[in-house]
Design a protein. Structure first.
Length: 478
């Protein structure tokens, strides 16, 4: 057992249900998960849903949907909205120590992004008696953290597991809100109170939260709890360096877009993990177990990670390549299960588990990139639909069509139907007709699949099946 495990390592992923599951958020979840599983720790999902005005049920379900697709579990789950009493008690604890004060600035004053108005310097020095009197009279106020100005020249510092030593002078920190005027907690208070109560040992989040950490350290100290360690992750950016956003870059930044495009969750996780991190041996294709074994913050880069895509090709070529590699290397039965689900989603029911389906998937996977290919390019194998491409039509010459009609009759008369018997019948017939075997082979492939290229033509017969193969040969001959 590692030293970290002895200290009961606990990490959390804390999404806000204000939108879809962003691929940057998914990477944060994945890195938390890998770190927890690497060290035998606890993985916590905490829905940070205190922003009532922006929260939506659709967003919450989108988050669950994306996480479910990733097939990564978590050990505990909480919702911040069920913990408001804890947040208010934490605020009261800080206030009782004189580390916070009431700010009665009128609600018409300029507001911050968290809904609390900007600090009024005069409120900081308001006497306790006057503050109590105005509060008792029902006057609205924001509860604000009293940054210790007596320590002018001092600083707040911590060691980030990715970015190294970080510090900020006290003079650069404003008195920030803990409770809004309606009594609801701000992000800073709710996040820290929950982290403290849940005994979070490592806060792993995006680099855009690094500036918040200095305020959070003050809250942890005020609550008298042990500071967690922090690891801030580089941001994901577009090819032009802009931060990825749905408004600017469209659905490509949503996790479910990759799912709907036919990517395997294991390949997506592999791809996302390599955005801003690399193993010591620089491998690219890694299984989930290999990712867990290899993950460490020493491998996380400090520079932003680029997701490469264009308007014509919305998916990073690395993601597609990794998906093709995982499809080729995973057990055929496992892949067949995902293919069956993809086909069923497209209204194409196939039997699973079934040896025929596993064989078909194993035959086709070397030529396909995503699960969608099975439901699109693979239609002739799983349905009665055959659409001829131009090259296939060219191969169905008059002599070839005559030969395919005769071949159909001979296959129908032979009780055996195997790769070997099909090959023997086809080659013998080509010799009788004075045709090169390749002429009949290419024509047979065209007749069976409508495609000019594909797997071994003889194996095609047995995968497509005796009755369907004979029927398609006769249809072309007629």
């Amino acid at each position: 057992m590692s030293i970290l495990a002895l200290f009961m390592l606990r990490v959390r992923f804390a999404p806000s249900p204000t939108g879809f599951l962003h691929i940057g958020s998914a990477r944060t979840f994945i890195f938390n998960w890998l770190y927890a599983r690497r060290h035998g720790g606890t993985m916590i999902l905490r829905i940070d849903d205190t922003d009532v005005e922006r929260n939506t049920e659709a967003s919450l379900q989108s988050i669950y949907e994306g996480l479910k697709w990733l097939e990564l579990d978590w050990d505990e789950e909480y919702r911040q909205s069920n913990r408001l009493d804890l947040h208010r008690a934490s605020a009261q604890q800080i206030f009782a120590q004189g580390l916070a004060y009431r700010d009665f600035t009128p609600a018409a004053a300029p507001a911050q992004s968290d809904g609390a108005w900007l600090a009024n310097p005069g409120m900081r020095e308001l006497s306790a008696a006057e503050s109590d009197r105005r509060a008792a009279a029902g006057e609205k106020y924001v509860l604000r953290f009293r940054v210790p100005r007596e320590s002018e020249g001092g600083e707040v510092a911590f060691q980030d597991l990715v970015y190294g030593p970080q510090s900020k002078t006290i003079a650069d920190l404003e008195d920030f809100a803990l409770l809004r005027s309606d009594g609801t907690p701000t992000y800073h208070l709710a996040s820290c109170a929950d982290d403290a109560d849940l005994k979070i040992t490592h806060v792993i989040r995006g680099q855009d939260h690094l500036s918040n950490t200095f305020k959070h350290l003050l809250i942890f100290d005020a609550l008298g709890c042990t500071r967690p360690q922090f690891a801030h992750l580089p941001l994901l950016v577009a090819p032009d360096g802009a931060k990825l956003s749905k408004r600017r870059h469209g659905p490509v930044v949503s996790v479910t877009t990759y799912r709907d495009a036919g990517l395997l969750a294991r390949a997506f996780i592999n791809f996302i993990a390599l955005l801003g991190w690399s193993p010591k041996d620089n491998r690219e294709q890694l299984s989930r177990a290999e990712l867990v074994e290899s993950f460490s913050f020493e491998g996380v880069n400090r520079s932003n990670a680029v997701v490469n895509f264009t308007e014509e090709e919305p998916f990073d070529p690395k993601a597609l390549w990794l998906n093709s590699q995982h499809m080729r290397s995973m057990p055929a039965t496992d892949l067949a299960c995902y293919v069956a689900q993809e086909l069923a989603h497209d209204g194409i029911p196939v039997p699973f588990p079934d040896p025929w389906l596993v064989q078909a998937v194993d035959l086709l996977r070397a030529r396909y990139i995503t699960l969608k290919d099975f439901a699109q390019r693979g239609l002739p194998y799983f349905t009665d639909e055959v659409v001829m491409d131009a090259t296939s039509l060219e191969r169905l010459t008059s002599p070839a069509r005559v030969g395919l009609g005769t071949l159909a009759s001979r296959l129908a008369a032979n009780p055996e139907f195997t790769d070997a018997t099909v090959e023997a019948a086809l080659r013998a017939l080509a010799a009788e007709l004075g045709l090169k075997p390749g002429v009949l082979i290419n024509a047979a492939r065209a007749a069976l699949t409508g495609q000019a290229a594909g797997p071994s033509a003889f194996h095609l017969f047995t995968i497509i099946g005796r009755d369907r193969a004979i029927s398609r040969l006769r249809a072309v001959a007629e």
